[in-house]
Ligand binder design. Structure first.
Ligand SMILES: Nc1ncnc2c1ncn2[C@@H]1O[C@H](COP(=O)(O)OP(=O)(O)OP(=O)(O)O)[C@@H](O)[C@H]1O
Ligand SMILES: [Mg+2]
Length: 250
């Protein structure tokens, strides 16, 4: 069995008296695509923030490839191979597509400690790396375009490219398909699937057909609590999951 990329135990996040995530255990297998789904306000983004260091949890522990990173800030985790994209698009609109990617690459090439589980791939020059990332996310022909002028779908793809710029072993994507048209959804779905098994992908996404199609495993949250977990086939037929979704959309 491959080692766990993420191992979270008893994770809890509170906002004042409101418990947004409660006593959550989560195992994410290395090289898998693991989706976290649930109704609006279920605590998915809060959980991502806790796992990725944007807002550390109030209780519990988070291990990244076996190492305790619970209290490590997000910027320090990048050097350990963790990266994330955000629910709200987070690009530099005035810069070109290539410049956005370059910013991501430069953010990590300044200091690269030797990490034993990092892929032993050659380290290409910065220019090559930018081109390669543009190719990966399907934006090679838009390299000189101002990022703010891209379609929404292309901006989301660019954001994935920026998250990949640090060559992460684990990448968190918060609703990468949100607001995309059908063509972009299809393209991005193939892109996300292609990231594993070289990388571990943790994905929040409301598009159920895509989630069921590309995930190896799915965790379902409702009101800050894990209500189900399993393979797509198991989740598709889970009564609690159907209830949580019908309950929220009624
Ligand atoms: N900074 C904060 N302060 C107070 N409450 C917050 C804060 N961030 C989130 N919450 C609350 O915590 C709960 C979970 O929010 P979260 O954003 O994690 O949900 P989500 O599952 O990502 O929802 P969505 O699918 O709408 O993105 C919500 O009730 C939200 O209002
Ligand atoms: Mg969210």
């Amino acid at each position: 069995m491959p080692p766990l990329a993420i191992e979270a135990r008893n994770v809890g996040v509170r906002f004042g008296s409101f418990q947004a995530v409660s006593e959550l255990d989560l195992d994410i297998a290395g090289g898998s695509i693991h989706a976290v789904i649930g109704p609006n306000g279920a605590g998915k983004t809060t959980l991502f923030n806790a796992l990725s260091g944007v807002r550390p949890p109030d209780t519990g522990t988070v291990l990244l490839a076996g190492r305790d990173v619970t209290r490590l800030p997000a910027n320090r985790r990048v050097h350990l191979g963790m990266a994330r994209s955000f629910q709200v698009t987070n690009i530099f609109p005035e810069l070109t597509v290539a410049e956005n990617i370059r910013v991501g690459v430069q953010a990590t090439t300044g200091f690269t400690p030797w990490v034993f589980w990092r892929s032993p791939s050659r380290t290409p020059g910065e220019h090559d790396k930018v081109l390669q990332l543009l190719e990966t996310v399907g934006l090679a022909d838009r390299a000189g375009t101002r990022a703010g002028d891209l379609s929404h779908g292309a901006q989301r793809a660019l954001e994935i490219g920026m998250a990949l710029a640090s060559d992460p072993r684990v990448v968190f994507l918060d609703e990468p398909l949100a607001g995309m048209g059908i063509d972009d959804v299809h393209r991005t779905k193939i892109l996300i699937r292609s990231l594993a098994p070289q990388r571990t992908v943790v994905l929040i996404e409301h598009n159920m057909s895509v989630v069921l199609d590309i995930s190896d495993r799915i965790t379902v949250l409702a009101q800050g609590v894990k209500i189900a977990e399993g393979t797509p086939a198991e989740i598709r037929n889970d009564e609690r999951v159907k209830e949580a979704y019908l309950g929220s959309s009624a």
